[in-house]
Unconditional design. Structure first.
Length: 492
């Protein structure tokens, strides 16, 4: 996976800097609270939400167990409908395929639908190196691109920007990319949206090649689905002569009946809408209607490695709704850039280290980017137990052990910097299987508690620098129970 932001430090350092940006924190707090409140009201309208959530989980788990079968079925259906399927093992192969396909058209520019998969593989950068200009057409993605920025949210990539910042970006940068911003542009939402519409209109009408991702792929018919709220996706999917869709292999569902479940849960969990304003579906090609050439690039890029992990594979259920980001106290304060990946927030903290491995400093730190409060699991529309996976990945970082990388079973070495943690866990494990030693240690800790420091020494200082050390009680629970209940129980 090539989606690491170049030069990004590990999460603790990036978050340490981000929380001091008062403008960023104000933007994030306002946006996430607004979205989460709207989502809660939309979900509350459905009496069977819990059943839909369970259905989505079951469908995804079934599909992942039989992924090989459904992918072959999808390829056959897409091919029968006039499309061409390409398989990419990693980001480099996917970028080579897409670049070649664009060059074969003779075009030097493309318009793009918002796509996490193309960001994951660094497609825009690969196209630029080949002399091909890739224009983002989603409003938030346009803001990020014009601002020479990085996305910070799955649903709202420019959530870290306020209206004044967006106006300044449009005024300064639009002329470098095409039609300039109108004179006297203000920061009112209507004027900003109109400036973007005028800027993009000429690109829609000129482009001969469109690039998209897909929210879902239906195996039984070879149909791809994109849901969006602005209409830019519909323009990119229907106007160009050639359409190239880059999609992760986990985005497949077996049947249209299965799709119906997600078309209820995704919009409510993401944009708090009962239905997305634009739901575009296409199956291969049709004479005189829409693109006359359709290519589907299916990317693995670490997904089968993730599938091999019995605990971590549930991350592949994700339908990219972003609900977990909007309730996460860590994301709200640190922002998306601190995660060093196109997948920020709680889902990014479990997905990125599995797709990329935990060898780098930033990927080894991501499983710790959480308070384990569980709010992310409560709102997930496909019931991904993110806290469970976080703890699982923390164990992998600290202890190492067997894992699958690039299709091969390997034994990972423990990450650097966790020797003290491993020693502490071994000591705790020994104490828990020796009740006498545990009881004696508890009594010593209680009787010496007034001498305890407020911060831990040595390696423990990093933990207690941002947390209050819990006070040791005046007596251990065992002693208290024996003193208050022991006589009663012995007299029975």
């Amino acid at each position: 996976m090539s989606g690491t932001f170049v030069g990004m430090p590990a999460f603790p350092k990036a978050a340490h800097d981000a929380v001091r940006n008062t403008t960023l924190r104000a933007n994030l707090k306002h946006a996430t609270h607004t979205i989460r409140d709207k989502r809660a009201r939309a979900v509350a309208e459905l009496d069977d939400w819990a059943l839909l959530r369970e259905a989505g989980k079951q469908i995804k788990d079934h599909t992942l167990r039989h992924l090989d079968t459904y992918l072959v079925q999808l390829e056959e259906a897409v091919t029968a409908a006039g499309g061409i399927v390409h398989w990419a093992a990693d980001a480099d192969e996917a970028n080579r395929i897409v670049t070649r396909l664009v060059k074969e058209t003779g075009e030097s520019e493309v318009v793009k639908v918002k796509s996490m998969a193309t960001q994951e593989i660094g497609l825009n950068e690969a196209l630029e190196e080949a002399g091909i200009a890739a224009y983002e057409t989603d409003l938030a993605e346009l803001i990020v691109q014009l601002g020479h920025d990085r996305p910070s949210h799955i649903l709202v990539p420019a959530i870290h920007r306020n209206r004044g910042e967006i106006r300044d970006i449009f005024t300064k940068e639009m002329s470098q990319w095409g039609r300039p911003a109108p004179e006297g542009l203000t920061d009112t939402p209507a004027e900003l949206a109109e400036a973007a519409r005028l800027h993009l209109r000429e690109k829609f009408l000129r482009a001969k090649v469109g690039i998209s991702g897909a929210n879902f792929m239906v195996a039984e018919t070879g149909t791809l689905v994109v849901v969006e709220s602005e209409g830019n996706g519909r323009m990119c999917l229907t106007l160009p002569e050639t359409l190239i869709s880059v999609v992760g292999i986990e985005k497949i569902v077996p049947t249209w009946r299965d799709l119906e479940v997600f078309l209820q849960t995704l919009p409510r969990s993401s944009t708090a809408e009962r239905m997305n304003p634009y739901t575009s579906m296409w199956t291969g090609t049709t004479d005189t209607d829409g693109p006359q050439a359709f290519h589907l690039v299916l990317i693995d890029n670490g997904r089968t490695d993730t599938l091999a992990d019995e605990v971590g594979r549930q991350a592949l259920r994700c339908i990219r709704c972003s609900a977990c980001l909007n309730v996460c106290p860590v994301y709200e304060r640190a922002g998306g850039h601190a995660y060093g990946s196109v997948y920020p927030g709680p889902i990014g903290a479990i997905l990125s280290p599995q797709l990329r491995g935990t060898a780098s400093e930033i990927d080894a730190s991501l499983p710790y980017a959480s308070s384990l409060c569980g709010a992310c699991y409560e709102v997930c529309p496909v019931a991904i137990d993110i806290p469970e996976v976080l703890v699982h990945l923390r164990e992998r970082v600290v202890q190492g052990g067997p894992a699958t990388r690039q299709g091969n079973r390997v034994v990972l070495k423990p990450a650097k910097g966790h020797a003290a943690e491993r020693a502490a866990m071994r000591a705790a494990g020994w104490a828990f299987v020796h009740p006498g030693a545990l009881r004696a240690g508890q009594r010593v800790a209680s009787r010496t508690r007034r001498f305890h420091p407020r911060t831990l020494p040595g390696p423990g200082r990093a933990w207690s620098a941002t947390r209050d050390l819990p006070q040791v009680p005046a007596e251990p629970f065992r002693d208290w129970w024996q003193r208050t209940h022991g006589k009663k129980e012995s007299g029975k």
